[in-house]
Design a protein around this ligand. Structure first.
Ligand code: COI
Length: 352
């Protein structure tokens, strides 16, 4: 199949239909070619152009572009939701706007203002409105990218930066969403102190595909990465933050620069406090993590997903899953806000 060809999921699209002709029940978390995307460029030393919606198409790239040569690129992920009463909601897009700015500073790139970022997300969602799944059938995952598109061989800064965003309708990211079976990765590290683990650099992901592929072959859902400095403390999954519950205390690894500051992570911490739990951000040794009552992971794609087991050196430790868990309560509460089923008293959703 050609790289941009459409998978079998799509049948046909007619411009006057409310919905694209998608088999919504079969939605997975994967690429689906939608109608439109956003593109804005910025020449070195200038501000970003206003940006515009254009038909979805392959990007033309100079082979010497900074993103191809030196990995100067960031991505973000956020979702648009269709509510039962026909509204379209984005979830905390300003947070992704702030995070892409932090990442751009780290990768020595210019960045759009948060207002421009949020406006671009609204435009992408509206320009692909018919691809936003019916309520309860999935979400429209928006993928903003910011990358060095200008050619650079030796000296920097990069002459041109591109800010673009496209969107795909998606279902759940974790196939085994009732409870993940994780393996502790004790060789490969995801991030190291003063590196780029704390920003959404495109370079953070495929360097751990070797152990991920091995873990999948062994039947695991995902990996639990340890800190690079000691190899003893829990950091995060491939692309999700991690939490543990012990008694009335919810703990998550503190942001030391190696862990992504997830938008769902901060929401979950706030909701746990609302529920009356004590919330701690701290170093979590693996031994302590394995003794928790319940563990779960969070992320835009992961939402809130229970962890059913963690295997470390062939020893498997099981955790509570199911309806009577904190993870289930968090998932329901968050999903109700995101999909407009309850009033958003926190101001997290943006109606477009
Ligand atoms: C997200 O949750 O948005 C991510 O970046 C995870 C990705 C692997 C789908």
């Amino acid at each position: 199949m050609a790289p941009s060809a459409q998978p079998a999921l799509l049948t046909s699209v007619s411009s006057d239909e409310k919905y694209a002709n998608v088999k919504w029940e079969e939605l997975a978390f994967g690429f689906v070619r939608t109608d439109n995307m956003y593109v804005a460029k910025c020449n070195h030393g200038e501000d970003f152009q206003e940006g515009k919606i254009v038909p979805f198409a392959d990007l033309q790239l100079n082979p010497c572009a900074a993103v191809l040569q030196y990995g100067q690129g960031l991505y973000e992920g956020l979702k648009a939701y269709r509510t039962e009463d026909g509204r379209i909601l984005l979830f905390r897009p300003d947070q992704n706007g702030h995070r892409i700015q932090a990442g751009a500073k780290r990768l020595y790139m210019p960045y759009p203002s948060v207002d421009q970022f949020v406006s671009a997300m609204k435009q992408v969602a509206l320009a692909n409105k018919k691809w936003i799944p019916p309520p309860g059938k999935g979400t429209l995952y928006i993928r903003p990218i910011l990358f060095g598109s200008g050619p650079i061989l030796g000296s920097f800064p990069v002459p041109e930066t591109t800010f673009s965003a496209f969107a795909c309708p998606v279902g759940r990211y974790h196939k085994d969403n009732t409870g993940l079976n994780l393996k502790v990765e004790d060789k490969f590290r995801r991030a190291f102190l003063s590196g780029t683990g704390g920003v959404k650099s495109i370079t953070n992901y495929c360097p751990v595909w070797i152990p991920m592929a091995e873990a999948r072959k062994q039947g695991f859902s995902d990996l639990l990465f340890m800190d690079a400095a000691t190899g003893k403390n829990v950091e995060e999954l491939f692309a999700a933050n991690v939490f543990m519950l012990k008694g009335n205390v919810v703990s998550t690894p503190s942001l030391t620069g190696t862990i992504l500051p997830g938008v769902t992570r901060i929401c979950v911490m706030e909701l746990c406090r609302d529920f009356g739990y004590q919330v701690e951000e701290r170093v979590i040794p693996l031994e302590e993590f394995l003794e928790s009552d319940e563990t779960f992971c969070t992320g835009t794609a992961s939402i809130v997903t229970s962890i059913a087991s963690v295997t470390f050196k062939d020893k498997k430790t099981g955790f509570k899953t199911g309806e009577d868990t904190l993870a289930a309560k968090l998932y329901d509460t968050l999903s109700d806000i995101q999909t407009g089923r309850v009033e958003d008293t926190k101001g997290w959703t943006v109606e477009i």
